[in-house]
Design a protein around this ligand. Structure first.
Ligand code: SF4
Ligand code: SF4
Length: 231
């Protein structure tokens, strides 16, 4: 009796497994050939934080107040600034909001550590930082040098726990600002400022094809390391 029952249980298990296989066999494939193909992001997606500028200018809203860096649970934001006279410093010359008397010198974000939690954007009192739908972590191709100025006083030459070569995951101030100004980057509102995303709704409505924020770069194709086994 037990043998008979075991036989039918096994047959039923195999049948269920085969049914799942057959159903999936006839479904359209969803595998994408990244980076030639990129997935379409959903409205409200929360990926890489980006720096926002005054509309139509390259003047960053950021005042270098460092609240975002303090709010970050993994300390992946590093900020450097120089003291300026906030009464006389002109944002047009400094390149950022000078309300705090600080000229933003560096703003580094280690995308390999970022949790996409959005706490930094919520902590920002100047609407200078927002979450975007940019989800690509690598800032440069493997082996390509990235000119990243690290805050040596704070991190003794590197991000905590990071090793040489990880700099290619570090997004610089210039890169984050360029992404924040990019018309294809969809900015996601935060809990405290849900309407931020409405500014970019027009971008979303126009988007029909999977967007490609980054122009095609042949040098970003995968390169096998030297010690990869020969095919
Ligand atoms: S999204 Fe979260 S983990 Fe990423 S930088 Fe902001 S606070 Fe840090
Ligand atoms: S992004 Fe916002 S919170 Fe961070 S330093 Fe700039 S102004 Fe301050």
């Amino acid at each position: 009796m037990n043998m008979t029952r075991q036989f039918f249980d096994t047959a039923a298990s195999i049948g269920r497994g085969m049914w799942v296989t057959i159903v999936n066999f006839f479904r359209p494939t969803i595998t994408q050939h990244y980076p030639e193909e990129r997935r379409v992001t959903v409205r409200g997606e929360r990926s890489l934080p980006v720096l926002l500028s005054r509309p139509g200018t390259e003047i960053l809203n950021c005042t270098a107040c460092e609240l975002c860096a303090r709010a970050c649970p993994v300390e992946c934001i590093t900020i450097g600034w120089d003291k300026v006279d906030r009464k006389t410093a002109r944002p047009e010359e400094v390149g950022n909001n000078t309300n705090t008397g600080r000229a933003l010198r560096l703003y580094n974000l280690d995308a390999s550590l970022c949790l996409y939690c959005g706490l930094c954007a919520e902590a920002c009192p100047y609407e200078a930082l927002a979450m975007s739908d940019v989800y690509e972590l690598a800032e440069a191709a493997a082996g390509e040098p990235v000119p990243v100025e690290l805050d040596k006083e704070r991190f003794d030459g590197g991000f905590p726990g990071r090793t040489a070569g990880d700099e290619r995951f570090v997004y610089t101030k210039e890169r984050l600002a360029a992404l924040g100004r990019h018309p294809a980057a969809v900015i996601t509102g935060t809990r405290f400022n849900p309407y931020l995303s409405l500014q970019r709704d027009a971008v979303w409505e126009e988007r029909e094809e999977p967007h490609n924020i980054f122009p095609p770069r042949p040098d970003l194709q995968y390169q096998a390391p030297d010690n990869a086994p020969a095919e």
